[in-house]
Ligand binder design. Structure first.
Ligand SMILES: C[S@@+](CC[C@H](N)C(=O)[O-])C[C@H]1O[C@@H](n2cnc3c(N)ncnc32)[C@H](O)[C@@H]1O
Length: 207
C-alpha cells in the first residue's frame, strides 16, 4: 500500500461517497445478512451502510494504516459483534462454509491474486450464501479508454497502493464459479476518469 494513501483516502473519496458511490454502497449492502466477511475493508467506508440486523461482521484489512482508520470508526457499542483481522483476501481467517455473505468493494483491483481471493471468498461462503461486489474495472466496451487504462496501470499502481485500472473482474468472478444474479456496469460522471467504470452486483456461492 502506498504510504500516503491511508491518511488521504477518505478525503479523496468524500464527494463520490456523498453521491453515487455512497448510494451504490447502501444499495449493495442492504442485501447483507447473518454473518458477513468483508475483504480489504480499508478505512471502513462500508461500516455506515451495513444493516443493524447483522449477526456478526468480520473486517479484513492487511494494511496497518488503513486498519488504524477503520478501527477508529468502529462504534463503541455495535449492534452486532465486529472482528477486525489483518488477513489478505488470498488467506481468509475463517472456516470453510462459515459466512452468509462476503463483500468486496474497490478491492479486486488491488489484491495481488484475484483468482486466489475469489476462491477464498467462495470457500468461506455457506451453501446458499451470497457475494456482494462493487469494483472499478477495465472499460472493456470503450476501446480508447481501455487502452489508456492499460498504458497507465504500471505507473498508476506504484502510486495508488497497487490498484490496477485494467482488470476484467466480471469475467474472473464468473470463472471462479459464482452464479451471478446481478452484474451491472455503472459509470461515475466524469468520462475522463480512468477509475470511472464500475461493476455492481451480487452472486450466489456454492449451492
Ligand atoms: C481502494 S481500497 C478500498 C477500501 C474499501 N474496501 C472501500 O470500499 O473503500 C483497497 C484496499 O484493498 C486492500 N488490499 C490490498 N491488498 C490486499 C489483499 N491482498 N487482500 C485484501 N485487501 C487488500 C488495501 O489495503 C486497501 O485497503
Amino acid at each position: 500500500m502506498s504510504w500516503w494513501l491511508a491518511p488521504w483516502y477518505d478525503r479523496l473519496l468524500s464527494s463520490a461517497e456523498a453521491g453515487r458511490l455512497g448510494r451504490w454502497r447502501t444499495e449493495l449492502l442492504a442485501e447483507a445478512r447473518g454473518s458477513v466477511l468483508e475483504i480489504g475493508a480499508g478505512t471502513g467506508a462500508n461500516l455506515i451502510h451495513y444493516p443493524a440486523t447483522l449477526e456478526q461482521l468480520t473486517l479484513c484489512e492487511p494494511d496497518e494504516g488503513m486498519a488504524a482508520q477503520l478501527r477508529a470508526k468502529l462504534p463503541a457499542d455495535p449492534p452486532y459483534p465486529i472482528v477486525v483481522s489483518s488477513a489478505p483476501g488470498e488467506r481468509l481467517p475463517v472456516e470453510d462454509a462459515s459466512q452468509d455473505v462476503v463483500v468486496s468493494t474497490l478491492v479486486l483491483c488491488t489484491v495481488a491474486d484475484v483468482d486466489a481471493s475469489l476462491a477464498e471468498l467462495r470457500r468461506v461462503l455457506k451453501p446458499g450464501g451470497r457475494f456482494l461486489f462493487l469494483e472499478h474495472v477495465a472499460a472493456e466496451g470503450q476501446p480508447l479508454r481501455h487502452a489508456i487504462q492499460r498504458a497507465a496501470t504500471p505507473l498508476w499502481k506504484r502510486f495508488a497502493g497497487g490498484c490496477c485500472l485494467d482488470r476484467p473482474t466480471g469475467s474472473r468472478i464468473r470463472a471462479a464459479g459464482f452464479a451471478v444474479t446481478a452484474m451491472e456496469d455503472r459509470e461515475m460522471p466524469s468520462r475522463l476518469d480512468l477509475t470511472g467504470t464500475f461493476l455492481w452486483g451480487h452472486a450466489d456461492g456454492p449451492s
